[in-house]
Design a protein around this ligand. Sequence first.
Ligand code: IMP
Length: 196
Amino acid sequence: MNRIVVASGNKAKLREIGEIFKGYDVVSMQDAGFTGEIDETGETFEENALIKARAVHEKLHCAALADDSGLCVDYLGGAPGVHSARFCGRHGDDGANNRLLLQKLEGVPTEKRTAYFESCVALITEDGEEITASGRTYGRILEEAQGCGGFGYDPLFFSDELQKSFGLAAAQEKNAVSHRGKALAALAEKLRERGL
Ligand code: IMP
């Protein structure tokens, strides 16, 4: 296997994946000729990652990689979870998602604001073998945004490992401890074990 098509057009993600899968030719699904929407109807990150990877694999018959991720807040019973991108009701409105999160945690003391980001990555090899891996990064939800780096909930997430918000972290600093970085590293290890 030397070519991996990623079920995403997000340039930052593609760069991160390319850095971890150095020996492979990593291309976006658009560049590989995949058009159309993929409905993320799964109830877990793993289901959604598999749905996306299978859609690309079925259409292009090549090795396909997808990830699905989100924020899980303990006080909210794991929400927004798989609904992270559309917590406020609209897809991808980071500002409204962050405002709603702060509203739901209003008055909640620091020690109860614990949370983690989770990512699941799924790779389907050219001949259809499905391999998944996941990663988490722990922290807590701040009472107000700190920094404006990253995306999504980054400015509200205080990382235990970095001891600062992801919004204040440089991209490389965040990638070194992020849920996605850990999931991708675990997947790369599984590929090595299989000699792929
Ligand atoms: P996706 O799996 O990349 O589509 O992410 C789903 C949603 O989870 C995003 O729209 C964000 O709201 C949230 N999310 C996932 N990873 C991160 C992260 O690293 N930082 C901030 N928000 C994230």
